[in-house]
Design a protein around this ligand. Structure first.
Ligand code: MAN
Length: 526
């Protein structure tokens, strides 16, 4: 290989010397041209050359044969193409590389027409690059808006979290309080109405009714005894006034004396019925409802002792009510906690109040948890790499696809690549986005500009896709070139289940020079 190069170079130098009357030696570019052509042209072949100490890694000091291509863009053709009998119009439109007329060939200068066509295409390319650069600006602005939105959300989330934490604390206290209160309640008899207090109220009502009935009966008996007594007293009084004292009957005289004694005692005791007491008695013997006491109110189904206490407290002044409530509750709980009173168990079922308080707490906890998750997600998002100027933030989740062979291939930016059979069937994950990298590429740019060209390009790595039978988990390397639209240019399976996608996007038109360069995207190399 080295011998061939040496031969070509010697031939080239001979030709250069032969044409030394030209202002610059033939085939030498202006950046290399000098009055002593050849000193550097084949320097890599000399073991004494300081520029090429490692002969094995030697590179050509000249990039090739320089074609002036007047009317078009100057270019280099490889030395191996010089005087090989083939016109190399792609690189050398002026045909100067076939100056020796090998095999009688004559390559006419076609630079005028080729240059014209190239300029036409270049104009389209430049317009496209200008549009692409504009689109990139828009994407950067969009990305910045999204970022500001996230930062704003983070700020409001911090406030919301503070509020939610406070709410959770309050609801925890509320639940503990309700649980404590419920613990202090009297248990309802299974299947019955009301709690123990309800039963007690029922008993009290029956007992009161019984006593009232007795009182009424006793009053009636008293009244009848009183009228009989009055009758008797009137008989005896008449007897005393009408008996004959001259009739010496000892029995009659004794009876009159006993009556007089009785009258004296009765006078002292004031045995006249007291109207006030009778009025009280009258009130007492009325029914409870007539007295304003409705037992049914206290026997309501859900009512418990504490509820009754509360009802009772309603009749007290607020300050006393609060104090009493506190004391009663504490006392009851103290008795329960001290094992003196049984806590309400309600046959294992949680009370409605506790269930509702727990539900409220759970909802608040869920809300707080959601806020924390959002906070984490947004913080991670802000720390993520979205490329230069954060531009890919604006493209996250945007998908592009193209058909190739039996599949449609899809790329969803910053998410995944997918292979979809055109005939239908399951989709294959070709890798999930993991990171961005940089890669130096050196490819010819097609005339429509839809290619990577040469230079450093942004690369998106996608790993851990669907496992490949007898192979690795699928992975895709996406290499990005500047383009007006997001589109997949090329898809290749470089090795089994290792894919490479070449993709155009305005997002990578950073510092695009608007034409003249060799490639799309990033900093071009010449
Ligand atoms: C499918 C596709 C191909 C891949 C094979 C490996 O056919 O995902 O790209 O090479 O599986 O078995």
């Amino acid at each position: 290989m080295k011998a061939t190069e040496a031969l070509i170079c010697l031939k080239f130098l001979a030709a250069v010397y032969a044409a030394s009357d030209a202002p610059r030696p033939r085939g030498v570019g202006p950046e290399y041209g000098s009055d002593e052509p050849g000193t550097s042209a084949c320097a890599h072949l000399s073991s004494y050359s300081p520029q090429t100490p490692d002969a094995a890694n030697a590179t050509l000091a000249l990039p090739g044969f320089y074609c002036k291509n007047k009317g078009h863009v100057p270019s280099y053709v490889p030395f191996t193409n010089v005087n090989d009998g083939v016109c190399d119009y792609e690189s050398c439109c002026d045909g100067s590389e076939e100056w020796d007329g090998v095999g009688g060939i004559k390559c006419e200068d076609r630079c005028k027409e080729i240059g014209k066509e190239w300029r036409k295409q270049d104009e389209v390319r430049q317009r496209s690059q200008t549009n692409a650069a504009k689109k990139r600006k828009e994407l950067v602005a969009e990305a910045s808006k999204i970022k500001i939105g996230i930062q704003d959300r983070l700020q409001s989330l911090t406030t919301e979290i503070e509020g939610s934490e406070l709410k959770v604390k309050q609801l925890e206290t509320e639940l503990a309080d309700v649980e404590r209160r419920e613990k202090g309640k009297v248990v309802k008899p299974a299947g019955g109405k009301g709690g123990k207090m309800g039963v007690l109220i029922g008993l009290a009502r029956d007992r009161t009714e019984e006593l009232r009935e007795h009182l009424v009966r006793v009053r009636d008996e008293r009244d009848s005894s009183r009228s009989r007594l009055q009758e008797l007293e009137s008989v005896l009084s008449t007897f005393k006034e009408e008996y004959n004292p001259n009739f010496n009957d000892e029995g009659v005289k004794r009876a009159v004396r006993a009556w007089e004694d009785y009258e004296a005692v009765a006078r002292d005791k004031g045995s006249e019925p007291k109207a006030a007491l009778d009025r009280d008695l009258e009130e007492l013997t009325k029914t409870d409802k007539e007295n304003g006491l409705d037992w049914d109110e206290y026997e309501a189904e859900e009512e418990t002792d504490t509820d009754v206490l509360y009802a009772f407290e309603n009749y007290l002044p607020p300050s006393l009510r609060g104090w009493l409530d506190h004391k009663l509750r504490d006392l009851r709980l103290m008795l329960i906690e001290g094992g003196i009173l049984a806590a309400s168990t309600d046959s294992g079922a949680e009370s409605k109040h506790v269930t509702e308080a727990r539900k409220r707490l759970k909802t608040a906890e869920k809300e707080l948890d959601g806020h924390h998750k959002d906070l984490k997600k947004h913080n991670e998002d802000l720390a993520d790499d979205f490329g230069p100027d954060d531009v890919f933030r604006a493209l996250k989740g945007t998908c592009v696809s193209t058909d190739s062979g039996e599949y449609t291939y899809e790329l969803c930016f910053l998410e995944r690549t997918t292979q979809k059979p055109k005939k239908g069937g399951g989709h294959t994950n070709m890798g999930n986005f993991v990171r961005m990298e940089r890669m130096t590429v050196d490819e010819d740019l097609p005339p429509n500009g839809k290619g990577l060209g040469s230079g450093e390009r942004i690369v998106m790595k996608h790993e851990n896709g669907q496992h490949c039978w007898n192979g690795p988990n699928r992975q895709t390397t996406v290499i990005l070139g500047c383009a007006e639209e997001n589109e997949i240019w090329k898809i290749m399976e470089e090795e089994k289940c290792i894919y490479r996608m070449e993709v155009g996007s305005p997002a990578v038109c950073e510092g695009v020079n608007g034409g003249g360069g060799k490639g799309a995207g990033g900093k071009d190399e010449l």
